[in-house]
Structures are given as structure tokens and as C-alpha cells.
Design a protein around this ligand. Sequence first.
Ligand code: XBP
Ligand code: MG
Length: 258
Amino acid sequence: MDLAALIFDVDGTLADTERDGHRPAFNAAFAEAGLDWTWSVELYGELLKVTGGKERIRYYIERFRPDFGPAQDLAGFVADLHRRKTEHYLRMLRAGAIPLRPGVMRLLREARNAGIRLAIATTTTPENVTTLLECSGGPDLPRWFEVIAAGDVVAAKKPAPDIYQLALRELGLPANACVAVEDSANGLRSALAADIRAVLIVVSSYTRGEDFSDATVVVDELGGPGASAHVLHGTLDGADYVDLAVLRALRGRACGTR
Ligand code: XBP
Ligand code: MG
């Protein structure tokens, strides 16, 4: 079995969205709702252990605002607040505020030209994905992805395997035909739990210190011609940056086939 598809995470992987994207969007929604809640850069790092925006708000209330009681039911309150947050986030994306990470477009183009299928497996809300792809990559970019598995379509978010299992099901591929590209320990656990053994981690600003010892390869960036990727774990087989040949080789190593 040769490499058939790349499955990408979004937040932290395709773009560094959390610190200066999602975080200020949450804060803007809190202010708009008349709440005196502010998520600092540091606090947000802790809150990121909980995946999913609605789940993160709920966790924050339980942990930091135990006396808070909304006028309406809690689930409805959180859903409304999160809808406002999404509006703020989408506005930032439409303003072109969040670029794709270096090397992402190069690697996507290379995969597409080679007939390697592309998919997304993410915790975030679907419209966040398509808007990021359109506004930061190009109007056609969402259509490059055959499968976009995102958000509440599964019962359990990362680190549970559900979203990767859904992406594999929709691709109609076995796990060993795919490479997952992730930035976080929660994402790594999710991919591994779905039996995807070939996982490339590209660390992001919040995830650099996490435990990636079970990943196949860990780099600081995808890199590109004239911009070396630094390897933090595993090997690029002498390559200077992450390209399709590197991904084919790491899949072969991880899955015991070449
Ligand atoms: C991303 C998330 C998301 C975003 C916020 O995790 O956990 O919740 O932080 O997006 P991953 P929403 O990169 O592992 O998919 O507010 O739309 O959930
Ligand atoms: Mg991520």
C-alpha cells in the first residue's frame, strides 16, 4: 500500500490560529455579552488542553467561574456565546488576519499534482475551515480537500479517534494509507487512536513543549527551498524540508511497508 492521502489538522497546523485568532475572538464575544472574562495568552495555553470552543467555555466556567449562573440554560448560553465568537473569528479571517503557515501551500500543491488525496480532520467549526482556506489560501482551496471532517459532527472531539475515523470512512481508505499532519498532543493521540501510525507533528506556538515521543517525525516548520525545517524528533532522511518524498518515507517507516 502506497501513500494515498494526507489528513490535515487545521488550528495550529495549517495556520497559527489560536493565540491571535480564536483567543481574541472569545474575548470579543465575552465583552459583547457584558462578561468581564478575559483569556490572557497564558491562561489560553491552559484552556487549550480542552478541545472545542464550547467545551472550553464550559470548562472555564466550571474551573474559574463556579458561581456563574446564566439567565438561560447553560448549554443554550454557551452555544449563543460560541456563535458570537465564531462571528468575530470569521470577521478576522475575512480581513486576511491569519496567514497559512510556511510551506503549507507548497506541500498541498505537491500532493495535488501527485494525485495524493487531501482531507481535513479538525475540532473547529466547519465554516472556520472553509473561510480560512478561502481567505488565507485562495478561493478554490476548499475544493482541493475531498473530505472536510470538522466540529460537532462526531460525538467526541480530539483526543478521541472519532474525527479521524470519520475522515478515513469518507475517504474510503485504511489508516495505513494515510499520513496525519498535526500540531498538538491531543491531535496526535486522536490520529493514533484511529490507527493512523504515520503522524507528522509541526509544533505550534502553544504546543512546542508537549509530549510527542509517539509521533513519527516532529519538526518546527514544514520549511521549503532555502528555509530548512528543524527536526525535533525522528528523521527527514537527509531532506532539508518536508516534501512528499519525506511523507512517503515516514509512512513506510511507521507502517512497516515501503
Ligand atoms: C482546535 C480546537 C478548536 C479551536 C477553536 O483543536 O480545539 O476548539 O481552538 O475552534 P485541533 P472552535 O487543532 O486539535 O482540531 O471554537 O470552533 O471550537
Ligand atoms: Mg491543532
